[in-house]
Design a protein around this ligand. Structure first.
Ligand SMILES: Nc1ncnc2c1ncn2[C@@H]1O[C@H](COP(=O)(O)OP(=O)(O)O)[C@@H](O)[C@H]1O
Ligand SMILES: [Mg+2]
Length: 291
């Protein structure tokens, strides 16, 4: 326990101390979640990652939707190792990072990784130490599971931004509100930017209407500010890209869906992002250690 707190303190303070004067931005950690499954989280995570990579950023996608290892499926890669091997200390972080032909790297999920809370202190401490190596990345996108498992909440709470994906379907909207409510009630001192993406819309107006519903309810009943990040059009290229195992940003860069993704990145870049959190703060929050 003491060890772990020590390690975290070192990491947290080390950022100012060690790094020297170079003005490297700290890593931006973006968690992507939803209330309902199948709303487009994985496709959005991967294509956002690619759009960032095309801007010259170093991007890692972490598949935290456990059970279904689907980031790698959409990218058409077969990882040999995953988070399980990292936690079991059979592999190091660089060894489990998977290169793709698109310039981004992924960390594959593992079903043994269902609850961060279930790790022993020793495992958790070692895991934190390994994850610190992620500081090399500019952007880390975490493709979280849908719904309210404890690990979604931990990731969302620890990230810089939480993107909540919904579709215009009433059930998806209700569940999006549901997860926002859980986040609002479970996370103390919530200081992340909660941002809504409406996927599979047929018009700009439809996206805005759906977003306003969620945002108004969250404001009214939870006193919580949720921003509308933007929408992604319903576009057959998404399905085709999944079948072809090639992200639509690459398969059809001029498609409506791809344009929407680039627009989302533009918005993310211009929205109120405060620099200066990065991996150390992420880890501290993820594991709830008292600095
Ligand atoms: N914008 C879209 N247009 C058309 N179909 C979509 C769109 N987004 C998602 N889909 C469909 O929904 C399926 C599930 O998407 P996925 O990203 O795997 O969802 P999740 O990760 O939330 O479970 C995709 O395989 C695709 O067929
Ligand atoms: Mg998914």
């Amino acid at each position: 326990m003491a060890d772990q707190a020590e390690k975290l303190r070192e990491l947290v303070s080390g950022r100012q101390g060690r790094g020297g004067a170079e003005a490297k931005r700290s890593t931006r950690i973006i968690a992507v979640s939803s209330g309902k499954g199948g709303v487009g989280k994985t496709n959005i995570s991967i294509n956002l990652a690619l759009a960032y990579a095309q801007l010259g950023r170093r991007v890692i996608v972490m598949d935290a939707d456990l059970g279904l290892a689907n980031v790698n499926v959409v990218l058409g890669v077969i990882p040999r190792y995953n988070l399980y091997h990292l936690i079991r200390k059979q592999k190091t972080l660089p060894e489990i990072l998977v290169d793709t032909s698109y310039g981004i790297q992924i960390i594959a999920g593992a079903s043994g990784f269902s609850k961060i809370a279930n790790l022993t202190d020793q495992e958790r401490g070692d895991f934190i130490g390994e994850l610190a190596a992620l500081s090399n990345a500019d952007i880390i996108i975490i493709d979280c599971a849908a719904g309210v498992s404890s690990n979604v909440i931990s990731f969302v709470a620890a990230a810089d931004d939480a993107l909540i994906v919904t579709t215009p379907e009433p059930t998806a909207i209700t569940d999006a509100y549901g997860i926002i409510k859980i986040i609002a009630t479970e996370v103390e001192n919530l200081d992340i930017g909660l941002k809504l993406i409406v996927n599979r819309v047929h018009s700009v107006v439809e996206g805005r209407r759906v977003a306003e519903r969620v945002i108004n309810i969250a404001g009214q009943f939870l006193n919580l500010k949720v921003d509308y990040l933007g929408f992604v059009y319903e576009d057959p290229v998404v399905h085709t890209s999944v079948v072809r195992q090639k992200p639509f940003l690459i398969l059809e860069p001029k498609s409506k869906a791809a344009m929407c993704i680039r627009h989302l990145v533009g918005r993310l870049e211009n929205m109120d992002y405060r620099d200066g959190r990065g991996i150390p703060v992420f880890l501290k929050k993820l594991f709830g250690a008292k600095g």
